[in-house]
Design a protein around this ligand. Structure first.
Ligand code: CS2
Length: 480
């Protein structure tokens, strides 16, 4: 039997049921379902308010169909080291697909009931140059702005929605990026202001739209048949939209909501006036380390992050990365110690119940590397320190993108720059020096300054030579 309001056992009823809509969320992926939706459900339960979420999937049909068939209910299973627990979430007030009906999404953004828009659309959807953070105006986005075809890009959708909101007199609104970008609020503001500048909506946007920055955190692996089986065992009914996540959850939010907000603070979120120290800490000491383990682990044939951490030398190498390269150049938020944070992160990564695939974390490296690893390298260089361990991560990525694991098996390259990466590699000598130069020439990933640093280049070449000749296991074997 399928999960519906009628089939759900009474003991599993969600904390809120059919809330009226107040939020539109773009990006209906597993992360949103296990993070913002959970916080929002608890905030409504604790503090009330019409803050139900209309979830908009940019493209995916499957999740919208599943949620629609299930009365907008789905479950989250928490995978603790000591067992699992499953709860049903009822915070959704709607679900739709932008690709199928962009006009409906524009109308939602112009609805006075909607006062907050949250986004988890992944790094690449912002169309920002990862190295500089500047907007990349491609043909798709230009067509969204200059023609009246239904918008296909996220920025295009937002600009159309805001123009419609101004026309409708629907009042102020907060656009909240929940993606792992540095200064995500500032970046989204820059993007929207830049695009609105060419339109009649610019003044209205300036006066009525805020862009609170956030730091979001919960490890949420992609759902698998096992996730669905766990949910079915707990609920007694089938949930095709089930997700799972680790016990840890954190949300730090800049409190700048002109149309009001849910009582997220009552649900455990930290409200602040500057989320950037939190973001920076998390991007470098969590996501940067995650990416490092993902590339090294995938090359060594490890399926999951937890398995990769058991490669001899991996844990000490990751501790060095945090202690030697990340911590010295980072000002953590008040009361937080970067080394203790890094240790807690490694313990979270060790959770064997997660089954988080190295290949999943490895995807989109060209979009992730700058804020996760290269900004650490920039800060080390500015402080006159050689970023030995961060250079290992860059080398591991450069070996990973060549597409062959240490045992000779093929590795997938799932990255918006895949074609450019492959073309550059094909045109370069296949020596470590040749590969490093070809990759450092990717100017949307590596700044000209960083690429011209001879000491850093030498460090990356040394690591890449070791990884290529000896493989990950032998390279890490001696690390203490
Ligand atoms: C991961 C993140 O896939 C990835 O790139 O590093 O999704 C990570 O699990 C989350 O940011 C944790 O909050």
């Amino acid at each position: 039997m399928e999960l519906t309001r009628a089939s759900l056992p009474a003991a599993k009823r969600p904390r809120v049921d059919r809330p009226a809509a107040g939020i539109v969320h773009l990006g209906l992926g597993a992360f949103f379902r296990a993070h913002q939706a959970v916080f929002t459900e608890d905030a409504i339960a604790e503090g009330g308010g019409d803050w139900g979420i209309v979830g908009v999937a940019p493209r995916s049909r499957a999740v919208v169909d599943a949620l629609t068939a299930q009365d907008l209910l789905y479950s989250v299973t928490t995978l603790g080291p000591e067992g699992t627990s499953t709860r049903v979430i009822g915070a959704l007030a709607g679900a739709c697909r932008a690709a199928a009906d962009p006009g409906a999404v524009v109308a939602l953004l112009a609805d006075p009931a909607i006062r907050v828009v949250t986004l988890t659309v992944t790094e690449k959807a912002y169309r920002l140059d990862p190295a500089t953070g500047r907007l990349l105006l491609d043909d798709d986005l230009r067509a969204d702005l200059e023609t009246d075809r239904p918008p296909r890009t996220v920025p295009g959708l937002l600009i159309r929605g805001l123009a419609a909101r101004e026309r409708a007199g629907a009042g102020p609104i907060a656009l909240v990026s929940c993606d792992n970008l540095p200064s995500n609020g500032h970046r989204l503001r820059g993007l929207v202001h830049h695009l609105a500048a060419a339109t009649a909506t610019a003044d209205w946007v300036g006066a009525n739209v805020t862009f609170p920055g956030t730091m979001v955190d919960r490890i949420v692996p992609a759902s698998t048949p096992e996730t669905l089986a766990l949910a079915e065992r707990a609920l007694g009914v089938r949930d095709e939209a089930a997700v799972c996540g680790e016990p840890y959850l954190q949300w730090v939010i800049e409190d700048d909501f002109p149309g009001g907000r849910p009582a997220w603070d009552l649900a455990g979120a930290v409200m602040t006036d500057d989320a950037r120290p939190w973001e920076r800490l998390k991007l470098r000491a969590l996501n940067g380390v995650h990416s490092a383990i993902a590339y090294l682990g995938a090359l060594a044939g490890r399926e999951t992050i937890a398995e990769a951490l058991r490669i001899p030398g991996m844990l000490p190498a990751m501790r060095h990365l945090v202690a030697d390269d990340i911590a010295p150049c980072l000002s953590p938020p008040p009361g937080v110690d970067t080394l203790a944070y890094g240790d807690e992160v490694l313990t979270r990564f060790e959770n064997p119940a997660m089954g988080h695939r190295t290949i999943q974390v490895a995807m989109d490296g060209s979009q992730k590397l700058p804020q996760r690893v290269l900004h650490t390298i920039d800060d080390c260089r500015a402080a006159g320190v050689t970023p030995h361990w961060a250079a290992l991560v860059v080398a591991a990525w450069m070996r990973f993108v060549q597409g062959t694991a240490d045992d000779g098996s093929a590795l997938p390259l799932d990255d918006p720059l895949a074609d450019r990466i492959r073309a550059r590699l094909a045109a370069a000598p296949s020596t470590p020096e040749g590969v490093v130069d070809a990759m450092l020439g990717l100017d949307t990933v590596f700044s000209a300054d960083l690429a011209a640093d001879a000491g850093l280049r030498a460090e990356i070449v040394t690591w890449l030579t070791a990884l290529t000749k000896h493989g990950v296991e032998d390279t890490l074997a001696g690390v203490r």
